[in-house]
Write a protein that binds this ligand. Structure first.
Ligand code: EPU
Length: 441
């Protein structure tokens, strides 16, 4: 099986990128479609590995899902016949635990494997399980099988306050709220724009979801039905990946379509780094090299802050900065798998200790007092990168490694292309259009 990229780097990249649909909306809209009646037509769904795997999974449960055109997916939950998510899929697609909502909607109970254990950290679902219980759902975990048995005893009702916000947790509890015959209130929610897009979609199908600043209220909703196709938003992670790569290469790119409010914190920080940023039209931006890149320190945080998914790509731009910069990762506890790999290319990155007052508040993962965390790196720029053989451990790190190889002189091999392609549609073609030399081997 071809699962590597052969990359010949060192070129200045130029051109245009048309963004694909957002992975983290596509997956949730597909899952939520199983709570709808009739055909659900979704547009702008990227043909990425995570989406293709999820489609296989829902088909294995009896649902219908078929691409009609390149990015138009039609889903129908009429044939759902199983309420048990296979372990094989559960271990492959983390969001499979979100199937709890449609499976409870159809069957009143379900069996879903524990999604915990992931390359970017432990990623427990303790807060989400507590939320389900608070809304009156019965949840039993069988440590022998690794399965959750989830059952509706009475219609979900009441309120739950996330101790720390969770993106998929907010989405799952909101979907559970659709089954209420009264009201479900969720407090201290995550504010990612991908959640807003999911709300837009559910409300378009008749849901009664009200989002205020830090709170979502779901009131009794009719059976969901979508009259028209729903087009999901663009992938802002893709934008960040190509914008940082092209500027680091000394090049020039226009990217769209994208709404400014999805990338405000990114635009600000690009300008701080001295990158050229220009709004071409309402939905299109130009990013270009206009002289030396300045080092800019960042720390990740939930929306509207600098997103955790963007930091591996920020590291790529900072490799070319004229001085040292620091990245402090606060959302996940293991998002630096790319560091050792980038150093193989000649990058100078090391872990540093910084003083963190109240780590239990600063970090969004469950902080354990006695554990040592390596949450901060220092990047010494500018780097002269040479070729190497690199191994991808997780999706966003994978994009960073492929981008670094595109900046390095000589031929590099990047192993684990299928991990990158879990989240990037037509990566090879898009890089090729910018003038980058990359092929699958
Ligand atoms: N957490 C817990 N317990 C919980 C829930 C979360 O400890 O019950 C921790 C997580 O382990 C993490 C932090 O809380 O350290 C924040 O996690 P959150 O639940 O917000 O993240 P997520 O829902 O698992 C989604 C995206 C991520 C994105 C984050 C932040 C999807 C499928 N995934 O993850 O995207 O980084 O929100 O916006 O929507 C990616 O696309 O590569 C990716 C990892």
């Amino acid at each position: 099986m071809t699962d590597s990229y052969l990359i010949s780097g060192g070129k200045s990249l130029k051109g245009e990128i048309i963004l694909s649909g957002a992975k983290n909306v596509a997956l949730k809209t597909i899952i939520a479609a199983l709570m709808f009646k009739g055909d659900v037509v979704l547009k702008n769904i990227p043909r990425i590995n995570d989406v293709l795997d999820l489609i296989e999974l829902i088909k294995s449960l009896g649902a219908k899902a078929e691409f009609k055109e390149k990015n138009t997916l039609v889903i129908n939950s009429g044939g759902l016949k199983s309420n048990r998510v296979d372990l094989q899929y559960g271990s492959k697609i983390r969001v499979s635990f979100m199937l709890i909502a449609p499976l409870l909607h159809h069957f009143g109970e379900c069996f879903v494997p524990n999604p915990g254990g992931c390359r970017i950290g432990a990623r427990p679902i303790d807060r989400i399980v507590n939320g389900l219980i608070a809304l009156g759902i019965k949840v039993n975990y069988d440590s022998k099988t690794g399965y959750y048995h989830v059952k509706i005893i009475k219609k979900p009702k009441g309120n739950y306050r996330f101790e720390k916000p969770s993106h998929t947790g907010t989405e799952l509890l909101m979907m559970i709220g659709l089954m209420t015959d009264g009201k479900v209130e969720i407090d201290n929610i995550a504010n990612e724009p991908e959640i807003d897009d999911l709300i837009l979609y559910l409300n378009a199908a008749g849901a009664n979801i009200l989002e205020e600043k830090n709170k979502i209220t779901v009131s009794k909703s009719p059976q969901l039905k979508l009259k028209e196709a729903f087009t999901i938003m663009s992938d802002r992670n893709e934008l960040v990946t190509y914008a940082t790569l092209v500027v680091a290469s000394g090049g020039d790119v226009t990217i769209g379509p994208i709404n400014e409010n999805l990338i405000t914190s990114f635009l600000e920080i690009m300008k701080k780094a001295g990158a050229g940023v220009e709004e071409i039209s309402n939905f299109k931006y130009r990013f270009f090299y206009q002289g030396k890149i300045k080092p800019v320190d960042i720390e990740t945080s939930p929306h509207p802050g600098f997103m955790t998914d963007w930091q591996p790509n920020w590291a790529i731009l900072m490799l070319m900065a004229n001085g040292s910069s620091v990245i402090h990762e606060r959302v996940f506890e293991n998002r630096f798998s790319y560091v050792e790999e980038l150093n193989k290319l000649g990058a100078k990155i090391n872990f540093i200790d910084i003083k963190v007052e109240n780590p239990e508040f600063v970090y969004h993962f469950n902080h354990e007092k006695d554990k040592t965390y390596q949450q901060t790196i220092k990047i010494k720029g500018p780097s002269e990168l040479h070729n190497a053989v690199l191994n991808i451990a997780d999706l966003r790190a994978g994009a960073a490694l492929a981008c670094a190889a595109l900046l390095a002189t000589g031929e590099s091999i990047v192993n684990g292309a299928s991990i990158l392609e879990r989240g990037y549609e037509n990566f090879v073609e898009k890089i090729g259009k910018l003038g980058g030399e990359i092929k699958k081997i």
